[in-house]
Design a protein around this ligand. Structure first.
Ligand code: ADP
Ligand code: GLC
Length: 480
């Protein structure tokens, strides 16, 4: 049995701020259970739902040195959906209303977590062949493993994988502070190790010391080797290009299934969507106070409201777009200017635009089910899961051709009768608007073509099946 440990700062259903949680929560159960024993470790945050905390079972605790501190490390566990989850408990680090706050506090928090991930292993009696780390929060796991842990025979030979879900976030702070926080020796604070542009950089540390680096789509794996997408680490990514691969994300096909989803008004499938899907739209129009019109084209947005997702493009053409015969449903939180922009347009175009500025899992499902199209004009997108959820619900994505959006949405070709959505190349507001309007014209004037697009979208398979096999191949190759 090959043993793999996922180290992550979030995982569904326990805690989620973005797609990382979907991946870390849904991928582990998709591995071949005969061959792989996959377990997951994450922090036990005070802000997790009580329901989950009540189900966790105490395993053990001990004290661990971190910099100048001696810290409590509690271990809890829970079996969920056939996967063993471990939770690291420390009320000092993991209290607060959300998982992340700001540097340098977050850096200290995740230095603690990364070191604790290694420290608990002899205690729980699990020696993984591979520790699979996700994003900067776990970037120090390979570094600590390379450091003092190597002196303990238990750890010798453990391999590490570093998966980049978003290169924009690296965990960066000045060297003296990080030295004090982490307790790592001077040796690591050099430009060929943890240091980048004079600062200490957790993700870079992970990338230098991991045995393999992956990211979440093939196109993003290429893009991050260029200065535009490389976030100043393109040099290192090029140097390590032999160890870098892109494996596209999947989604949980049990949770996101219009045929069985209990969170939506009316279930449907690839044969019944023509009649049934629209009932979700009418119900949502009613719920959110939009004009009740089954024929109006509804465009959905479910997103963090940040620059990454292309909201400056939307802001630029919002007034123009609202002249069209469309309805816009927005669910998201993030930068204040975008939250306020959508609130403003909800007020200006009552009955056409609705802005739900909060986080709501159930509402997100209702939007994926109800909308005709889903707008995601990202500036960059490592993979993107929302467009996969949309495809699954027969909601056609309108995307910019970048990263995972390019790899998962095939643009409509009216001559060949192919495609599963609509896309544009350049980061330009009117190019986006023209693409939205092209979609509108197909929706209103060529309904049969639109429905065939939906047929093809719903026939796509973005479950974890294929990608889990690719991770297994990589694990096998690493274990040798
Ligand atoms: P990212 O991880 O960059 O935010 P992804 O597309 O990979 O983008 O994943 C975003 C996930 O978060 C999706 O599952 C999406 O449905 C969900 N999501 C984003 N904002 C909200 C919100 N306000 N309410 C509910 N779900 C949301
Ligand atoms: C990040 C990326 C997103 C990706 C997700 C899961 O949050 O922004 O594109 O889908 O991680 O890998």
């Amino acid at each position: 049995m090959k043993k793999i440990l996922f180290a992550t700062s979030e995982a569904v259903p326990f805690i989620k701020t973005g797609g990382l949680a979907d991946v870390a929560g849904s991928l582990p159960k998709c591995f071949d259970k005969e061959e792989f024993d996959i377990r997951v470790v994450l922090p036990k945050y005070a802000c997790m739902k009580q329901e989950w905390k009540d189900k966790m079972e105490y395993v053990s605790h001990f004290y661990m040195d971190l910099g100048f501190k001696n810290c409590y490390v509690g271990i809890l566990q829970m079996m969920y959906d056939g996967v063993q989850f471990y939770f690291i408990d420390n009320e000092y680090y993991f209290s607060g209303p959300k998982p992340y706050d700001k540097a340098p506090w977050d850096l200290e928090k995740f230095a603690f977590f990364s070191k604790a991930v290694l420290s608990i292993l002899p205690v729980i009696g699990f020696r993984p062949d591979i520790i699979h780390c996700h994003d900067w929060q776990t970037g120090l796991v390979p570094v600590y493993l390379h450091d003092t842990f190597q002196q303990n025979e238990f750890f010798v030979g453990i391999k590490t994988v570093m998966t980049i879900h978003n290169l924009k976030f690296q965990g960066v702070y000045d060297v003296p502070t990080v030295k004090a926080i982490t307790g790592l020796p001077d040796y690591y604070f050099a430009p060929d190790k943890l240091e980048a542009y004079k600062d200490a950089n957790y993700l870079k540390g992970g990338m230098v010391y991991a045995d393999a680096i992956t990211t979440v789509s093939a196109t993003y794996a290429q893009e991050i080797r260029t200065p535009f997408y490389g976030e100043r680490l393109d040099g290192l990514l090029n140097a390590r290009s032999n160890s870098l691969r892109g494996i596209v994300n999947g989604i949980d096909y049990d949770v996101f299934n219009p045929e069985t989803d209990t969170l939506i008004q009316k279930n449907y499938n690839a044969t019944t969507f023509r009649k049934e899907k629209v009932k979700n739209k009418v119900a949502l129009q009613k719920e959110l106070g939009l004009n009740q019109d089954p024929k109006a084209m509804m465009i959905g947005i479910v997103s963090r409201l940040t620059d990454q997702k292309g909201f400056d493009l939307i802001a630029y053409i919002m007034d123009e777009l609202c002249q069209d015969a469309i309805q816009l449903v927005v669910l998201g939180t993030g930068e204040e200017r975008y939250e306020n922009m959508f609130r403003h347009f909800e007020w200006k175009y009552q009955g056409k635009v609705t802005a739900q500025i909060y986080y709501d899992e159930a509402l997100s499902h209702r939007i994926y089910a109800a909308s005709d199209a889903f707008l995601m004009p990202s500036l960059f997108e490592p993979c993107g899961l929302s467009q996969l959820m949309s495809l699954r619900y027969g909601t056609l994505p309108i995307v910019r051709e970048t990263g995972g959006l390019k790899d998962t949405v095939e643009p409509y070709n009216e001559y060949e009768g192919t495609g599963t959505g609509f896309s544009f190349v350049n980061y330009n507001a009117h190019e986006m608007l023209a693409t939205v309007r092209y979609a509108e014209s197909v929706y209103y004037d060529k309904k049969r073509e639109w429905n065939k697009l939906v047929d093809r979208a719903m026939a796509k398979d973005f479950s974890w099946k294929n990608s889990a096999r690719q991770y297994e191949e990589m694990y096998n190759w690493l274990i040798g």
